[in-house]
Design a protein around this ligand. Sequence first.
Ligand code: 3HC
Length: 309
Amino acid sequence: AHRFTSAAAAQSAAIKRVTVVGGGQMGAGIAQVSATFEHPVTLVDVSQEALDRGKQYMGKSLARVAKKKYPEDPKVAQEWVDAVLGRIEPTTNLAEGVRKADLVVEAIVENIGVKQRLFGDIAAGAPEQSVLASNTSSLPIGRIAEQLNGTRRQNMVGLHFFNPVPQMKLVEVVKANETSEDTVARALEFVKSIGKAPAVCKDTPGFIVNRLLLPYMMEAIRLLERDVAEARDIDTAMKLGAGYPMGPFELCDYVGLDTIKFIVDGWYKDGEGLQGNNLFAASKKLDELVAAGHLGVKSGRGFYDYSKK
Ligand code: 3HC
């Protein structure tokens, strides 16, 4: 009877119900992993087509996991996939989708205005004590939350997942200036509940991983521009000489060249502490590829050609 007698007790409740907004690669991955670890999940997107696409990503990825989990028994494997998908409720109704959420994770387009508006709508519908999280990789959490009220800003945190979400063990837990310790504690507990390892970080451009990865990728592109070596040789060098699972060009193509360009251009222009930093200056080679629509694996061509595979 005394469980929820104070706001503090209610606030510290563990995260159970998860709502993911955005059914793209990242959002679908977050929904999938949450459901795999027994959380009831709601997946919100703007159209039925987007939700269907998200379900397709999840089905494919889950089939891969299931095949390893039940190698001898395709029927049991399929039942497991269906059970996980059964914990994910798709909807195009945001207000309804966030109404009972303990945690809302946003994984939509990297546009500050669009995200701010979305969080305004989320705040209008989600319970006051719910944790609000963004999966942004390049925008400040504090800015995304700046138009929300004080309680909401304290409940706001970054939860940054990595591609492919079901496979990559890390989630960066990003503390904005106003994020409360209670929110961080609940976020950490959630991350562990879905089998991931957290790394806590302040709200600075690129957090930890991308702040180190983007300079590395850009420097690799500049090696290529200076004709020091071919892409294939640079990739081989970093895989076999530094133990990276992918070389920098394979990784650029995997992440998407448009995404990389968007991040470095944004930081060069107005990333806190990074404006005008040469590490993030435009690269002619990258700009040309993006302008030609060669965005990496997803478009069939980037630094490498994938069209024949
Ligand atoms: N769903 C489920 N499982 C998947 C998967 C997916 N989408 N993709 C890969 N896997 C699993 C495979 O089933 C396999 O599992 P197993 O080892 O248990 O058998 C394992 O991952 C390895 O896959 P593969 O054998 O097919 O291929 P690789 O060994 O080449 O691994 C990779 C693929 C995991 C993608 C690996 O190359 C890798 O770790 N690459 C680096 C990825 C990386 O750096 N990501 C971060 C990008 S930056 C980012 O996301 C931030 C953003 O903000 C820009």
